[in-house]
Every structure is written in structure tokens, then in C-alpha cells.
Design a protein around this ligand. Sequence first.
Ligand SMILES: *Cc1c(COP(=O)(O)O)cnc(C)c1O
Length: 466
Amino acid sequence: MRYISTRGNAPVLDFENVTLAGLAADGGLYLPERWPTLSRDEIASLAGLSYVDTAVAVMAPFVGDSLSREELRALCAEAYGRFDHAAVTPLVQLDGRNWLLELFHGPTLAFKDVALQLLGLLFERFLRNRDTHLTVVGATSGDTGSAAIDALAGRAKVDIFMLHPQGRVSDVQRRQMTTVLAPNVHNIAIDGSFDDAQALVKAMFADRDFAGKFSLSAVNSINWARLMAQVVYYFYAAVRLGAPDRPVAFSVPTGNFGDVFAGYVAQRMGLPIARLIVATNVNDILHRALSAGDYSVGGVTPTAAPSMDIQVSSNFERLLFDLHGRDGAALAAAMQGFETSRSMSLAPAMREEAGGLFTSARIDPDAMSLAMRSASETACMLIDPHTAIGLAAAKATDLPADVPVVTLATAHPAKFRDAVERATGQRPLLPKRLGGLFEREERFAQLPAEIGPIEAYIAERAIPTG
Ligand SMILES: *Cc1c(COP(=O)(O)O)cnc(C)c1O
């Protein structure tokens, strides 16, 4: 399998190199040259397979020759063996037609574990025979940081430096990062906001000497391998609900458009998906784009679902690539226009094409709270604010009565205890695996939000290449 950039002007790479590369050199995002497909019979034969075996069957065409099937299987078994539910991503029935796909049974209680646990192992495997040492640098407002740190802690030939805004992440989120004491994990609390942290990371990547010397790498959802790992659970859930004979709809709490794009990939591979519902909160650029063709940047309003508080959705570019007929030059021009004017309009033909599969809904804070309360009262289930937005969008969407609707449950309710308690009057308990979080030793550096001291700190600890 070969990978090409959405902007048509970067080297074509195999799976191993696309995993290590992250962003393409022309500023675009990597995608497979064509979508592999599974036949009806192949999809039917996934019935009853374990999560790990499903993962191997779905991911093997994307991995190509970069790993043998046995190696891929061993990595999946290791990654998903760390989940605390035997089904890895269990499907739970809420009412006559609504289901929750619980993606939060990984080590840090967020769905990002599904992809990052595997990515950490892929990094280690692909670096084994190379003369390179990777320096992963990231900024986090909470969830991504803890999932990435857990996935990379103790891995050979990788160091991770994670910047978080001092005093602006919750105690649980901070401790999930700072109590990981592996020597290759470096937490930095900066004296500034999350936007400052993100700007600092961007500046480090733009500092070519520094980025080259330390082989800087990223683990955000622009990385193709992360999306690939998320395709698996769409197959896993749909097959359990009757695919390929019965189409299933999915409602996806959306921020960067990574998770829902994985659903699109599953559909391109042949999975009969009746609808992909893009659920947004009041930060609704995607809802405006899909419902009215208006892809224009607004401000960010902080909400109780912070992982969906976004201005732009980087992975939307991957869908735009297909909507532009996979014409990299045309998309590069459109993206350049977007980066200048901060706005793009989707032609009616593109909207219609996207509309065949995607619908969207914008869920305000009251509807979100109502969904949390109603799940608690009618099904005795506590759900987190992100999942609640997905569920509210699922219920707001008009679908044939015989289509089951699966809402992706992206975070454990205990990660957002205060918001859940405000809506339902019940305080979710932290699962056992996080027991002792508040007794453990913390370790992190405190630095000013300035590039000089941060680069100096990293240079003292990271391993230069060559
Ligand atoms: C990251 C995240 C999302 C958004 O996923 P995208 O792939 O960015 O669209 C939704 N919910 C939770 C809890 C998340 O951590």
C-alpha cells in the first residue's frame, strides 16, 4: 500500500514511513493511494471474531508489507491487552434502537487510547532497525497528553515532551500525565494558555535546525496510523448489529474530524453505513460546512466538552480531497485560499456528495445536559458530556425505524465528573485502575511560555540524530 499527500506534492510513502512522518512535506495529510475493500463475504466472516482478530483483518491491507500478519497480530494483542474490558470496545444497548460503543476502557479512559496504544508500539517496532531516535513534542489541554504519554512511556528510542498550560487542566488530567515517571516522559507546565502551548510547539517544528537535529515528531490525529486504528471499531460494532445484511448508523462526537473520518474509511471499504452523524457542540464549523457549505473559522467558545472546542478540523482536509476528485493541486489551491481568508465555501455538488453519507447536528449546552440526565434516568447510565452530544445528535436525526444507531462513547464519565454531577446529581466514581492517582508522586518542569528556555530544556534531555 502506498500513501499520497492531499496536496499532491510530497514523496509517496509506504506504511512504515507514513507512520513515522505524520504531516506531509507539502503541508498536506497522507492518505492511501486507493481505498482497499472487503467483500460482503469477508465482512460476514468477521462475525464472532475477537477485537484483535477484527483489527488484523481490517488493518492488514493498509499495513501492506511493512509488517507480517503475525507481527501485526502481536502488536494488536499487546495494545488491546491493556484495555480493562474483554471486548475492548463493548457495545451497550440503551433503548430500542440506540446503542453506545464504549471506547473508553483503555489506560487513560479516553477513546484516544484505542489508536495511541497501537501507535506507540508501531513507533518502537519501526525504529528498532533504524539509526534514529524520535523526539515527540506536543501540547495538550488534557486528554491527548495523557493518552500519548501512557502509550509512549518506556518505549525504546522515543522521548516525549508534553506541554500543558499550568493550572488550566483538571487535577485528574494533570496527575494522569505527571505521575508517569518513566525516564523518557517529560512534562512541562508552561506559564500560559493552551493556545500559547500550541504556538510554542508549532514554532519548534518551524525551527528547522532544532526540528532536524532532534527528529521532532507529532502524535496528533493527522497521523494516518491513528485513523487506521479507529476504522476497526466501526466494523466490530456494525458486524455485531447485523452487517453486512443490515446497515447501521453512527453518531460521532466530533472535534478534529479524525474519528468520524475513520467511519468514512470503513464505508469506502465496503461496510454498509446508513449515516454518519457529525455531532458538534456550539463550536460548529463542521455543522455549518456540511449543512450550508460554510466552512469558515469562528472564535472558540469553551464548553463542558473541551475535546470538541475547536476552530478548524484538520482532518476535514482528507474528506475535501475526495470531494475534489482526489486532485491534489486543486485542493492545495483551495487550502491556500482557506488559510488566507479563513473561510471556504463548499460547492453544491460537493455538499450533495457528502450529504449522501454525512449529516450533522449542533448541540447546545442545555440539550447536552438533557441527554446526560435522560440516559441516567431512563437507562441508569452515566455518560460524559462528549458522548451526550453524540447521543443528542443521534436522537435529533431522522432515520428509518429499522436502522440501529450507534453513538460513540468517547470518554469515561469519571473524566468529567463535575459536569456529569451538575447534569445528573450523581458523581461518577474513578475506576479502580486510577486508584491511588492522588497519592502518587508527580514530576514536571515549570517553564515560561518562551521558545528559548523550552528548546534549551529539550536539547539537554533529547537525543540528537546522527
Ligand atoms: C478527541 C476527542 C473527541 C473528538 O475526536 P476527533 O477525532 O478530534 O473528532 C471527542 N471526544 C473526546 C472525549 C475526545 O477526547
